[in-house]
Design a protein. Structure first.
Length: 84
């Protein structure tokens, strides 16, 4: 399985740090899927559910606002708020 390094956090909470096979997150323009090998991109996080697929299954987080970036095989999500 190809892996994507992922970090999802807010100023007060670290929701996820690890590797995933895919991540789907809401953006200001709709949902985006990020897979290993994704091109470099920067965007605005919308409000909704972020889904992270790992070897152990799918983890889900509510996110609201913030930004994300994909660079060199790593996805960093800096959300304004993260819920369960």
């Amino acid at each position: 399985m190809s892996e994507l390094k992922v970090e999802i956090r807010s100023a007060s909470k670290e929701a996820f740090t690890g590797v995933a096979s895919d991540v789907y997150l809401p953006t200001a323009m709709g949902e985006i899927g990020v897979l290993p090998g994704h091109c470099n991109i920067v965007g605005v996080v919308g409000e909704g559910e972020c889904r992270v697929t790992t070897v152990g299954g799918v983890q889900k987080f509510k996110v609201k606002g913030g930004s994300f970036r994909v660079t060199d095989g790593k996805l960093l999500v800096l959300a304004e708020a993260i819920g369960a």
